[in-house]
Write a protein that binds this ligand. Structure first.
Ligand SMILES: [Zn+2]
Length: 283
């Protein structure tokens, strides 16, 4: 169904491969979590939004979208803009993401959890923005406050290894990386995946905090022995409920009204606006 009215929500979850198989947040044994509205689509300047779900954790209202809103027939750039345009209209201020990643750092094993503190954008989607009003400063692009909450919630629930920092290299996909590409990243990044960018730019543009929880599902080519597709799918299915619980706990722990981070201040009105207007008015 199409809803013209975008509901208010201060929190959002950009679901990735971790929650995909769990119908998040349905099925979590938690009385305080309730789905308010489901399968909502909204008109945006970039086309119809992907299906979104609105739920609550206590009194906190959360919008969520599966697999970043990516779907066939829609470019990832447009899918991302549809999602973040809707988040802006809803008043979203805190965004949590999750997903499976490949290893680049030799020290990582399968099923390690990482809450990265930086990223390296090797994708070529550089022009993905909403209205380009802001100069985006990408210092602390992954909100330190939201990261701390994610780390606490993960350690509370997960007994394996949790890495509290690391660099996420972003590639375009959909294919994985070649051994030479992984070798090039080694020393510059710890994990590799296909999300974070452009999401991190769009989050900053709308003044929202963004952070994510990532778990290793395969070894980067050439890093270790061959990995099996069976291992990867087992991790997806086994860990999905736990990842959902960690995200819910993180939402409980953070406040969208009181933010003790710089995320809002790290976007500045662009100085190039007048230049662009002048150029376009002269044709
Ligand atoms: Zn923040």
């Amino acid at each position: 169904m199409t809803n013209q009215e975008i509901p208010k929500a201060a929190y959002a979850v950009v679901g990735g491969s971790g929650t995909l198989s769990s119908n998040f947040p349905a099925g979590l044994p938690d009385e305080d979590v309730e789905i308010i509205s489901d399968n909502m689509h909204f008109e945006t300047p970039y086309g119809m939004s992907p299906a979104m779900r609105l739920f609550r954790v206590g009194k906190k209202r959360v919008l969520t979208v599966r697999m970043h809103g990516w779907r066939s027939g829609v470019t990832r750039a447009d899918a991302s803009r549809q999602v973040f345009w809707t988040f802006r209209e809803a008043g979203v201020r805190r965004i949590i993401s999750e997903g499976g990643v490949g290893t680049v750092n030799k020290l990582l094993d399968l099923r390690d959890f990482i809450v990265p503190d930086d990223y390296l954008d090797l994708s070529v989607r550089k022009d993905v923005m909403l209205d380009g009003r802001y100069l985006l400063i990408m210092r602390d692009a992954l909100c330190p406050e939201l990261r701390q909450a994610l780390i606490r919630a993960t350690k509370k629930r997960f007994t394996g290894r949790v890495f509290t920092r690391g660099t996420y290299a972003v590639t375009d996909g959909r294919h994985f990386e070649s051994p030479a590409e992984v070798a090039m990243m080694n020393g510059h990044a710890d994990i590799v995946g296909q999300s974070i960018a452009p999401e991190v730019y769009l989050a900053r543009e709308i003044g929202a905090c963004y952070a994510g929880l990532y778990f290793t599902v395969n070894y980067g080519e050439g890093i270790r022995e061959k990995w099996s597709h069976e291992d990867m799918s087992n991790i997806f299915y086994d860990d999905a409920p736990m990842i959902g619980e960690i995200i819910i706990e993180t939402i409980r722990q953070v406040n969208a009204d009181e933010r003790h981070c710089e995320c809002r201040e790290l976007r500045k009105e662009t100085l190039l606006k007048d230049v662009y207007n002048e150029v376009s008015s002269k044709g």
